[in-house]
Design a protein around this ligand. Structure first.
Ligand code: G6P
Length: 610
């Protein structure tokens, strides 16, 4: 949610922190701040709004020192304002926090009763008060203070803490939200995400649940949940930092939409044997017997990942002949689900850090059910905790609205459903070869669909004037209708609904008039005739039809105000293609409206709070 960065042991601590915040800005961008220990005192600069506002302030007033912390905020408690921006400083204690403290009201009340002077509306400032209280009143050591304060916090936290009377020290702790340490020469860089660290070092260690690290000058010590010290060896990662450039595109999102064919190819690559046209998911082989006897699949995710799960439902039921149920993680975790013991829970998450999805994984594991993660971020919490892991291989996704990770989830869901079908003996070799060949041909079909970018770039000025958009599809294209509507809401802040086309007569038809655009996804599949009837019904009520369908479908073209052609492909390949026009529509309409497409208001890429 928020992004935190820390640096210890470098002359250029301020610039390392600000560069790190820039890389993490996708996590939160309503205010930012940095605090640096000069050796004598902690100096702090904070600014409301985007990071650029903080950078401007820092050009006038740079902060010298080798120890510092920084934060880019996505507001939970308290409005986005300078007073609520981190770092929060109480007495000599300064900290940055990513997460949310659920017993905020109770802690706040107690602190006020004790006479604490609160300077912000945040939950995070309360933690600084508690630590300060333990150090100043109860005379506890720095790390002892953290040890008694953290059990009093309910909710989620990753914290970096400095103290004015300890110029060479920093504490880092987390009870779940991501935290990574980079080790370079005699210095340490800490951050919520590797993106802030890789420009400086590839030598890293993850701080995982309930771990704490105490940095003192050029030494560090890891502590476990009980604050017993232990040794954690850094690992070398093979990332390159040029992954986070826009490469000539105006926006990360546009770049990521255009990267989709390549991302899809990369997601398939490790799991198919090109020569035999077969599916070979090596990491799942040890689970063959379990998969062969599997009776039920559950898919649990949030946002765009949830919609890829909805496509997965059709894939598992039609290809693997296994019952599949898809749940929104924030519902699943509180629904007391009765899980079939002979089932698999698949968690889909680009970031691998979404709090609700992670809680769902833990719930499934507690119920004794096997779990599989489909993540883009290797070593993320979901990836580490699941029993089986698959990677999207989408490459770094920066745009807050997920695009290429969606495509890669779809490609893995196709592969897993095919693999499961093989294990269950319901996919013969001819069908397997066909499935692999059609997946392998998809990236080039996607390239051809990307040419509709030009249409949306030109049509956006006109499209932005509609009062709303109704997206409709059937079968695997119903989740694409949902995804189209979500994207338009996220980016253009316009009213949009996604509906199964057959359900239109039960309500949404009342919305349709000349000011309403109807995006109809109507490929030539089993349900084509029915979809066309739905389209005629919408058109008869004045709906302005934008259709997405097979390239030679003249009937659809005639019925539509605008028609976006797609190559004719199998039913399970259609979503890879039909999602591209709806992504581009949202991108261009939002851009024409002058919105910040990569960082839409009120949203964050990685939602590590409930
Ligand atoms: C946020 C992002 C969405 C994303 C969702 C789930 O809401 O803005 O783009 O789909 O989180 O994220 P995940 O990382 O779990 O896929």
């Amino acid at each position: 949610m928020c992004g935190i960065v820390g640096c210890l042991g470098r002359e250029d601590a301020q610039s390392v922190i600000v560069n790190g915040l820039k890389a993490l800005e996708y996590r939160g961008y309503d205010s930012a701040g940095v605090a640096i220990h000069s050796g004598q005192k902690i100096n702090r600069v904070r600014a409301e709004g985007k990071l650029i506002n903080l950078q401007e302030k820092l050009t006038e007033q740079s902060l010298p020192g080798q120890l510092g912390i920084g934060h880019t905020r996505w507001a939970t408690h308290g409005a986005p304002s300078e007073k609520n921006a981190h770092p929060h400083t109480v007495g000599g204690v300064s900290l940055v926090h990513n997460g949310i403290i659920e017993n905020y009201a109770e802690l706040r009340e107690n602190l006020i009763a004790q006479g604490a002077q609160l300077n912000s509306d945040t939950d995070s400032e309360l933690i600084a008060h508690l630590i300060h209280h333990e150090i100043s009143k109860n005379k506890l050591d720095f790390i002892e203070a953290l040890k008694v304060v953290t059990p009093r916090l309910r909710g989620a936290y990753a914290l970096l803490v400095m103290s004015e009377d300890r110029p060479g020290e920093m504490l880092a702790t987390t009870n779940g939200p991501p935290l990574v340490v980079g080790f370079s020469e005699d210095s340490f860089i800490l951050a919520s995400d590797l993106l802030a660290i890789v420009p400086y070092t590839k030598n890293i260690a993850y701080v995982t649940e309930y771990e704490t690290v105490h940095f003192q000058e050029n030494k560090y010590q890891f502590y476990d949940k009980n604050f017993t010290s232990f040794i954690k060896e850094p690992q070398q990662i093979n990332w390159t930092d040029d992954l986070v450039e826009k490469a000539g595109y105006s926006h990360f999102m546009l770049k990521e939409i255009f990267e989709q064919p390549r991302s899809m190819a990369k997601s398939l690559e490790p799991h198919i044997n090109v020569e035999n046209q077969s599916i070979e998911i090596k990491s799942l082989e040890p689970h063959s017997e379990f998969l062969q006897n599997l009776e039920q699949v559950y898919i649990v995710a949030c946002g765009t990942s949830y919609y890829s799960g909805l496509v997965g439902e059709y894939l598992f039921e039609k290809i693997s002949k296994v019952s599949c149920k898809v749940d929104i993680a924030s519902e699943f975790r509180y629904r007391e689900p009765k899980l079939n013991p002979n089932s698999l829970v698949i968690l889909i998450s680009q970031s691998g850090e979404t709090a609700d999805t992670l809680a769902a994984l833990r719930l499934a594991k507690k119920s004794g059910v096997k779990t599989m993660s489909i993540c883009n971020v290797e070593h993320s919490s979901l990836d580490r905790e699941a029993d089986m892991q698959l990677y999207m291989n989408a490459g770094v996704e920066i745009g807050v609205a997920s695009t290429k990770a969606f495509i890669c989830s779809l490609s893995l869901l196709n592969l897993v459903s095919g693999f499961l079908a093989k294990k269950k003996g319901v996919l013969n070799i001819v069908d397997e070869n066909h499935l692999v060949a059609s997946l392998m041909a998809t990236p080039s079909h996607m390239e051809s669909v990307l040419t509709c970018d030009k249409f949306f770039a030109e049509a956006a000025e006109h499209l932005k004037k509609y009062k709303g958009f109704l997206y409709m599809g059937r079968g695997v294209n119903f989740p694409i209708a949902l995804e189209g509507a979500l994207k338009l809401k996220e980016l253009a802040y316009m009213h949009a609904e996604g509906y199964p086309a057959g359900e239109m007569k039960h309500g949404p038809l009342a919305l349709i008039d000349e000011e309403m655009a109807v995006v109809m996804i109507a490929p030539k599949d089993d349900l084509y005739e029915k979809t066309i009837s739905n389209l005629e019904t919408a058109k008869a009520r004045g709906g302005q039809i934008i259709s997405v369908g097979a390239v030679n479908d003249n009937k659809l073209k005639e019925l539509s105000l605008n028609f976006l052609p797609l190559p004719e492909v199998d039913w399970n390949i259609n979503p890879f293609l039909s999602v591209i026009p709806v992504q581009l529509l949202s991108f261009h309409v939002a851009n024409a409206l002058g919105h910040d497409v990569d960082q839409p208001r009120n949203l964050a890429k990685s939602v590590t709070v409930e």
